[in-house]
Ligand binder design. Structure first.
Ligand code: C2O
Ligand code: CU
Ligand code: CU
Length: 464
């Protein structure tokens, strides 16, 4: 009957437009387990190509969905889209020409699934490994290799993990934005050249991308509220987001919703960090808006290139007015600390006396030649991370979240969970942490060139 034909025609039209305009968000991994509370996926890392610039191919290393015959790698890799409480099983296969591991940045995994060479034997070319965990926290996380990270992640191996919860936040769209920059040659290939500035600041890209694309356009409805979950996957670039005429309402950080949302006109996102924000779109139908990144002075006097457009928002007809926001946000108990809580100090240092081979240390030691920090499970500590150097360093701790207390004595609000925090130059950042899961956990600067050149340490947690 006619309705069938009509439906078919609509489907064809939809398929055509889907083919001509690549979708904004990364594809999701296929769930092989019929149980709705188990997400079992097959993930492959291998060689692929990607067009950072339209029509110009780059050879990349990328993740693909191993459950889909003939699938090709994408940048970013396929998203893991799950619900809090789900069990996640990842059957991983390495089709790269070198060994690797996959780290699940921000997920509170058992140590054997943390994906560092301290926690597993690296996966050789052709080898496999099964990562398994329960998704205990809602939020945005991401996965990436934890070996030669400065090279492997830069070549395209990174992808988002969205863990949703019924949090009562009404939004017309729930978008994931994976920010990155790449250093491209004129023909669109990834540059093989490394200069001293790349080593000092992290690979300096000349093209910024969101979800693998430069200046993608997204359709938004005038008057609507959108939720954007943002992660900075760049080796070294700091993004400072601005949307002219609008502000961002920050509702969540790395480890979930904050206790009290707050508004900012500019949102700084350091490498490895995540922010969950709401944007109330005020612009008139028919106009367009550019989400830009503006200059943030992270040190070493890098010049201001002016605003760079990341995404273009095409504002369509008025959408549905959003429902009121919840009155209660993340219910977070402060990590209990007092004057007797042990304090542990970390000093971040950089030495660029040899420009082609800078070194980076924590407490004077360069990974892997480090003395592990040994703690018994259940300990509560205050970590004080001091940065007396000439640039900022984003400090990341595996396996657990912490609560930032203050920056050089000035309190940081609101209460929330972080696993990566920017330690600005000339400051000391303090956070409280309950050290629980047994195992060998890394902490490091998330400028990947720094981590790979020594700025990494190990926390060994003994079971009680
Ligand atoms: Cu996202 Cu140890 O890293
Ligand atoms: Cu991590
Ligand atoms: Cu650093």
């Amino acid at each position: 009957m006619k309705p069938t034909l009509l439906a078919l025609a609509c489907c064809l039209a939809a398929c055509e437009s889907a083919a001509s305009a690549p979708r904004f968000e990364p594809p999701t991994l296929t769930d092989l387990d019929p149980d709705p509370s188990v997400l079992e996926v097959e993930l492959v890392a291998g060689l692929a190509t990607h067009e950072y610039l339209p029509g110009r191919r780059a050879d990349v290393w990328a993740f693909r969905d191993g459950a889909v015959p003939g699938s090709v790698g994408t940048v970013p890799g396929p998203m893991i889209d799950a619900r809090v409480g789900d069990r996640l099983v990842v059957r991983f296969r390495n089709e790269l020409p070198e060994e690797t591991t996959i780290h699940w940045h921000g997920l509170r995994v058992p140590n054997a699934s943390d994906g560092t060479p301290a926690a597993q034997v690296p996966v050789a070319p052709g080898g496999t490994y099964v990562y398994e965990t329960v998704l205990t926290d809602a939020g945005l996380f991401w996965y990436h290799p934890h070996m030669h990270g400065d090279v492997q992640v830069e070549r395209g191996l990174y992808a988002p993990i969205r863990v949703r919860a019924d949090d009562g936040v009404d939004a017309a769209a729930d978008r994931v934005m994976v920010l990155d920059d790449v250093k491209l040659e004129a023909d669109g290939r990834l540059s093989e050249r490394t200069d001293p500035l790349d080593l000092m600041l992290g690979r300096q890209g000349n093209v910024v991308i969101v979800n693998g694309r430069r200046r993608a356009t997204i359709d938004v409805a005038s008057g609507s509220r959108e939720r954007w979950r943002i992660v900075n996957a760049a080796n070294g670039r700091y993004f400072q987001l601005e949307l002219p005429g609008h502000s961002f309402q920050v509702i969540g950080w790395d480890g979930g919703l904050v206790a009290e949302p707050y508004e900012v006109a500019r949102l700084l996102v350091a490498p490895g960090e995540r922010y969950d924000v709401l944007v109330e779109l005020e612009a008139e139908p028919g106009t367009s808006l550019g989400l830009v990144t503006t200059h943030y002075d992270r040190g070493h006097e890098i010049p201001d290139p002016g605003p760079i457009e990341l995404v273009s928002l095409a504002v369509g007809p008025r959408g549905v007015a959003p429902a009121p926001l919840p009155s209660v946000w993340g219910e977070i108990a402060p990590v209990p600390i007092d004057g007797s809580t042990p304090r542990r100090s970390f000093m971040l240092r950089e030495d660029d006396s040899v420009p082609d081979a800078p070194t980076f240390t924590i407490n004077g030691e360069a990974f892997p030649a480090v003395t592990p920090v040994e703690v018994a499970s259940g300990a509560v500590e205050v970590w004080q991370v001091a940065n007396e150097m000439e640039m900022d360093h984003p400090f990341h701790l595996h396996g657990m979240f912490f609560q930032v207390l203050d920056e050089s004595g000035a309190p940081i609000d609101p209460l929330g969970w972080k696993d990566t925090v920017n330690v600005r130059r000339g400051t000391t950042l303090s956070f409280a942490v309950r050290i629980e899961p047994p195992g060998r956990w890394m902490f490091h600067c998330h400028v990947l060139e720094h981590a790979e050149r020594g700025m990494m340490g190990e926390l060994r947690v003994a079971a009680r």
